[in-house]
Every structure is written in C-alpha cells, then in structure tokens.
Design a protein around this ligand. Sequence first.
Ligand SMILES: Cc1ncc(C[n+]2csc(CCOP(=O)(O)OP(=O)(O)O)c2C)c(N)n1
Ligand code: SF4
Length: 288
Amino acid sequence: MATFKDFRNNVKPNWCPGCGDFSIQAAIQRAAASCGLTPEELAVISGIGCSGRISGYIHAYGLHGIHGRALPIAQGVKLANRDLTVIATGGDGDGFAIGIGHTIHAIRRNMNITYIVMDNQIYGLTKGQTSPRSAEGFVTKSTPDGAIESTLSPLELALSAGATFVAQSFSSDIKQLTALIEAGIKHEGFSIINVFSPCVTFNKINTYEWFKENIVNLESFPDYDPSNRVAAMTKLMETGGMITGLIYQDHSRKCYEDQVPGFQDTPLAHQNLQISRKQFDNLVAEFK
Ligand SMILES: Cc1ncc(C[n+]2csc(CCOP(=O)(O)OP(=O)(O)O)c2C)c(N)n1
Ligand code: SF4
C-alpha cells in the first residue's frame, strides 16, 4: 500500500519559506495515501499562480494548466478517464476571478472531482494585487487607496450553485485539512474545499495570527447539521464565512459522469476509439 512518501517527487518547491501552500501539498499527499490510492491513480490539475505550482510537486499525473482553467482541464481528464481520482487546485484569483465562470458551472455539473482553492486573499505570483477575496479597503499596489469592490463569499456562491460538498479549512490545521480532503475524494460528486493559506510575503493583514483569531471550527457548534443547506448558508452568513470544517454535504445527487450515456462502463481512455477507413469515408461523405 502506498504511503504519503510515495506521492513525493524530487522537485523542491520554490514557495517562500512559511507559505501556507506547503501544508496543502502535504495534506493532499496524506489524504491520497489514506484513501488507498497509488500515484498512477491520481491526477492533480492546477491553474496558474504560486498555488498552481503544486501539481509539479506531487508524484502523480499532473498538469500545470493556464490561469483560471484548472477546472475545464480537470473535467476533461475525468471524462476521458473516470477511473482516475482527479484533484483540481489553484488560487483564489485563479478560481474566483478569471476562473469564476468555470467554477460555478463545474459546481452545477457535479463531476466527481475535488477542487482545492488555496485562498490567500491576494494575487501572490504577480506580487500582490487584490483578488476577489481581498477585504474592502485592502491596500495593495493595484489599490493604493484601498479596494472598493465587495469581498466575494465563494462558499455561499457554491451553495447557491447547487454544490454537493462544501468545506473550508486552514493550512495550519493539517489534521482537519487532510480529513476534509479525504472526505472530498470519497464524496461521489464535486467537492469544493476552500483553504485559508497565508501569503507571508505580500499579505501582511491576513496572517497566520489573524486567521487563528478570526476562524471558528464548526466543532464548536455541536448541533450543526451539515446535511441542512439552509443551516449551512445561515452559518456562512452569520460568521462572514470564517468557519472551518465540513459545511455541507448532499449524498442524494448522482454525479455527472454517472448520467452520461456511454460513460457508464469503460472509460474513454480505455476504449478503442479508432474508426475504420470505411467509417471515415462515410463520415466525410456526409459533409460533401
Ligand atoms: C490569462 C492570464 N491572465 C493573467 C495572468 C497573470 N497572472 C498570473 S498568476 C495571477 C494571479 C495569481 O493569484 P492567485 O490565482 O490567487 O494565485 P496565488 O499566486 O496567490 O497562489 C495572474 C493575474 C496569466 N498568467 N494569465
Ligand atoms: S508570494 Fe505568497 S503565495 Fe507566493 S509563494 Fe510566496 S508566500 Fe506563497
């Protein structure tokens, strides 16, 4: 059986020392091992950003894609080979700014993919501009007088879009994060896990200390029921989205690929898709 060490490769991450993304990488490796996966059964697909580098740091299939397009690529991989466990990753800019349209429709589509957003509330790779997650008034090089736009609440949005698994964690809490990623992988449908992952270089406001002071673990609400969508939305609104844990899970909806005729049995990647010369000629003749 594979251990988390089997998901390590020899590429040294070039994240800044202290970046929250290190723990997310470790949590993915641990969760994959706990799920009994081997590296050849996993694909990690990422967008562009400091966070996007993660696909290169995990020993598995992987693709470091283009900015905001982790989810279209991940869905393509899953459609081509539904036997693979597919994890999509990226920053809050990647998923909630340029990629927001893909995020909403991927949630609606409910393919069996786990989407991990590394939320540092800033654009890290491009050296510190606001993201949709930045607080109003946040001062950066792109907003010297403070951000004017309101802050996006991605998990409220996810619930509205019909998400079947919604969770949130903090990169410092590797135990909780690993358990949530494991639960997301096991969930039959689309799982979105937003992870607070401090950018120690460019975000001097939302620091490790700031998150520790501001987040509340859902375990402190013993009556909380993650199968209740209204309760989930209410809790997110009441806390300004600063909760961690499993926020919502719906087991009732089938995943997309289970409902597409022709995808039920053998994955496309394992089918013989070659057509004969005669079939090809007939096809061409249809368009003459
Ligand atoms: C189409 C396109 N637009 C803009 C960029 C420039 N760009 C690269 S990363 C990035 C944002 C990075 O922020 P985020 O996605 O939050 O990731 P982080 O670096 O913070 O992990 C931008 C705007 C790009 N690479 N491609
Ligand atoms: S710039 Fe920020 S997000 Fe990027 S590696 Fe450094 S600490 Fe991490």
